[in-house]
Ligand binder design. Structure first.
Ligand SMILES: *[C@@H]1O[C@H](CO)[C@@H](O)[C@H](O)[C@H]1NC(C)=O
Length: 383
């Protein structure tokens, strides 16, 4: 203990006054937050979450560890490995690599992967779809690509706010980058009843056409998923794309979300891409679900923004392929799409065509930057 001098006491009093006046300057916000990295008090307009990626902060970003394939039988194995996720010169990189680089090629058709770890940080994060343990066979190959998926599930979730992510999309056939948000607590039930907010998704193919439109690197899209169960999902009414003939892989762009108690709006580089302002019937009416009187509305006691009136957390990942139709059958690509979306051997068909797609990833050039999803920053502000 020590006694304070008069000067020190004045200094302390001045500091308390400064805190008090700062407190008065805080206009309460409608935004709510939770998580280990959430601010205790949220003021209107405040920056409530940010990362400039000067280092890889694994307390903010939990790595997923799973073979689950995103529920779409995607071809990647997500793990916590600095080959696949790292920061360099102030940017985050998510870079794909070949599983065979680590385990050898024959491992894909004969090996056994049990990725459940003993340390708390090594736990398998998604057991669905044989996500924690798989055995390779000649027709059912192990996930041939390694990649990363990072999320703020423990560190930060929020309801309402403004999001801006400055990012560069990857180039390379069948790469599927995504920066998106998922509900923290599934307040209205399992997917898609509690919603999904896709800030940006794209496809890495440099020259892929579908019905005459370039749907590869020239296209970026945003989507909302919502519905009472998976077969009833209103996403087609809340899906927007923009084409840029330079390609979203050539430059960094700012992908933005404005999410308020009245609307959700997506923009790219400050130009609005799409917006939903539901009426009093909320997303139930917006999705046209009210046409079906036998289905119960899970949002009937929520606000008109339900399910988008609960907290969401951020996810950043680089997926590959998959059989859900994100890569439609029948696209025109310099080398044809090597798997059908109905194929039970899609992974094998994809891997067997590596002579066609692997050269488009340029993994041996410039540290694999072409095929990497790159982020300059993530910023989230309170309303
Ligand atoms: C990380 O990935 C590299 C490249 O695939 C591999 O050689 C290495 O063994 C991996 N590290 C761990 C701990 O799995």
């Amino acid at each position: 203990m020590c006694l304070l001098s008069l000067a020190e006491m004045l200094f302390v009093v001045a500091g308390m006054l400064a805190v008090a006046s700062f407190g008065e300057a805080c206009t309460p916000s409608v935004t709510t937050v939770s998580g280990t990295h959430a601010p205790a008090v949220v003021c209107s307009g405040q920056l409530i979450f940010a990362d400039d990626f000067n280092s890889l902060d694994v307390e903010k970003w939990q790595h997923e560890n799973t073979l689950a394939g995103g529920g779409n039988w995607e071809f990647q194995y997500y793990s916590n490995n600095r080959t696949n996720s790292f920061t360099h010169s102030g940017n985050l990189y998510i870079r794909p690599s070949l599983t065979s680089d680590q385990f050898g090629e024959s491992f894909l058709s004969s090996g056994h992967l049990n990725i459940e770890g003993g340390a708390p940080a090594d736990r398998c994060t998604n057991p669905q779809f044989y996500g924690c343990e798989r055995t390779g066979t000649p027709t059912n190959l192990l996930n041939p690509i390694k990649s990363a998926r990072l999320r703020t599930v423990n560190s930060f979730s929020f309801r309402y706010g403004r999001v801006e992510v400055r990012a560069k999309m990857p180039a390379g056939d069948w790469l599927w980058p995504a920066i998106w948000l998922m509900p923290a607590y599934n307040a209205y039930g399992t997917w898609p009843a509690s919603g999904e907010i896709d800030l940006v998704e794209s496809r890495g193919n440099r020259n892929m056409l579908s019905n005459g439109l370039h749907i590869g690197t020239h296209e970026a899209g945003s989507t909302l998923h919502y519905g009472p169960f998976p077969a009833m999902n209103g996403w087609e009414r809340t899906h927007w794309v923009r084409r840029n003939s330079n390609g979203y892989d050539k430059n960094f762009h700012r992908y933005q979300l404005e999410w308020t108690p009245d609307f959700l709006r997506f923009s790219i580089d400050d130009v609005e891409l799409g917006r939903v302002t539901p009426g009093n019937g909320g997303f139930w009416e917006y999705g046209g679900f009210n046409q079906n009187p036998t289905v119960e509305n899970p949002w009937r006691f929520g606000s008109k923004m339900a399910p988008f009136d609960e907290k969401f957390y951020l996810i950043i990942n680089l997926a590959v392929g998959g059989t859900n139709g994100f890569f439609p059958d029948g696209v025109t690509n310099p080398s044809p799409k090597p798997w059908w979306n109905g194929s039970p051997t899609a992974t094998r068909d994809f891997w067997n065509a590596r002579g066609a797609w692997l050269p488009t990833w340029n993994l041996n050039h410039n540290d694999g930057q072409d095929a990497s999803l790159q982020l300059d920053y993530v910023r989230i502000w309170a309303l």
